[in-house]
Ligand binder design. Structure first.
Ligand SMILES: Cc1cc2nc3c(=O)[nH]c(=O)nc-3n(C[C@H](O)[C@H](O)[C@H](O)COP(=O)(O)O)c2cc1C
Length: 363
């Protein structure tokens, strides 16, 4: 779609689109309303993605986008004023962003907006330094808290939780449909999905997955007769779960209930993640236990597989025990962090032109 955008807005939006989103869905569109005015359309995938419970994962991503917009604006000597338009549908949020002139320099995090990247492969186990931990804790807005799981015994505990959680992820048909649609096969980069080379399995397992994922019956048979879920669970969950400096959980000031709670949490998540990048650290989100746990706590149906539904009860109990007294209702993000070589493959982004809309259209 052809649309003349002032250069400064083009630069801000072009940087902001590097915000992270679940499965690289980029659930945002930009409507340019003036030289200093953009309306962000915040969409979600709850109707077909089991992980996007009530659109919360997308709302976290839209929050990350807003934070990235605000940081990008400082590079243009502008301050972003962000206001969500009330009473719009939850699955089509409208957020007005107006830019005011601002003195002062650019936010230093601007330099890592594009460099920040998820690392799904094993990381170094070198512990975080005191300075890194402090920088990450300071990155969070008032009231937000991080909890670390660093010693080997604690990493082992989280790795086992992820390993067991992956049994659910890899054996329910509802997740199969999602995985099938978000992986781009034979790719090192992907503009709108996750390239298979960034998933974190070895080439042989990737080939097996590609073959099996062509048809749910193949997966079901492999899982039943050949322990087909074991190689990916070991490679994607158990080993990386040990091979990192630390796991962490991010907790909001209070139980998350509203769309705005999730947008604020997404902003905090992105400041944390960008700060990690500025400290030379990689992060991988570990969100599916957080999501399955919420399904359980809210007694929501999410799968036709009875065994999996039963497993989430145990998962939720273990997650709650890990938080040692802090309410799971405050938990919105979980991940691992560490240093090491950069990933060779990554998700890139849709070109800005594809993200521009006029009026209320979504495409
Ligand atoms: C809310 C949210 C949830 C995510 N959950 C996971 C996850 O559970 N596992 C994972 O490996 N990556 C997860 N990601 C990372 C995205 O897949 C990743 O950010 C996206 O593909 C873009 O890639 P990039 O971050 O490398 O630029 C999540 C990201 C966000 C924002």
């Amino acid at each position: 779609m052809a649309q003349a955008i002032p250069d400064h807005l083009h630069r801000i939006l072009d940087l902001a689109r590097w915000a992270p989103s679940g499965d690289n869905t980029q659930p945002w569109r930009f409507e340019v309303l003036g030289d200093e005015h953009v309306r962000v359309h915040g969409l979600d995938t709850r109707d077909h993605v089991v992980y996007d419970l009530d659109g919360h994962a997308s709302q976290l991503a839209v929050g990350a986008l807003l934070e990235t917009l605000a940081i990008a604006a400082t590079g243009e000597r502008r301050q972003a004023r962000i206001r969500r338009i009330p009473d719009t549908p939850d699955d089509h949020l409208l957020i007005d962003v107006e830019f005011d002139p601002a003195a002062g320099g650019a936010d230093p995090l601007i330099d890592v907006i594009e460099k920040r990247v998820v690392q799904r492969r094993p990381m170094s186990t070198r512990p975080l330094t005191q300075a890194q931990r402090q920088a990450l804790e300071n990155a969070l807005p008032a009231g937000f808290r991080v909890r670390w799981f660093e010693p080997l015994a604690e990493r082992w505990r989280v790795a086992r939780l992820l390993f067991d959680n992956a049994k659910i992820r890899l054996t329910i048909p509802e997740a199969f449909e999602v995985h099938r649609s978000v992986i781009e096969w034979g790719a090192r980069f992907s503009a709108d999905r996750i390239p298979d080379q960034a998933v974190g399995v070895d080439p042989l397992t990737a080939r097996l997955m590609r073959w099996a994922m062509a048809d749910w019956r193949r997966i079901a048979r492999l899982n039943r007769w050949a322990l087909g879920d074991l190689p990916p669970r070991i490679q994607l969950d158990l080993l990386p779960g040990l091979a990192c400096a630390a796991h962490f959980t991010l907790l909001a000031p209070a139980a998350l209930r509203t769309v705005d709670d999730y947008l604020d949490a997404g902003r905090a998540m992105q400041r944390f993640w960008l700060t990690a990048a500025s400290q030379g650290l990689y992060v991988q989100p570990e969100m599916t236990p957080v999501i399955f746990s919420r399904y359980h706590r809210e007694r929501r149906h999410f799968t036709q597989t009875a065994a999996a539904a039963a497993k989430v009860e145990d998962l939720n109990r273990r997650l709650a025990a890990m938080l040692a007294g802090e309410s799971v209702d405050r938990l919105f993000f979980m991940g691992r962090a560490g240093d090491g070589p950069p990933p060779r493959a990554r998700s890139v982004r849709r070109p800005l032109e594809q993200l521009l809309v006029s009026g209320r259209s979504d495409s």
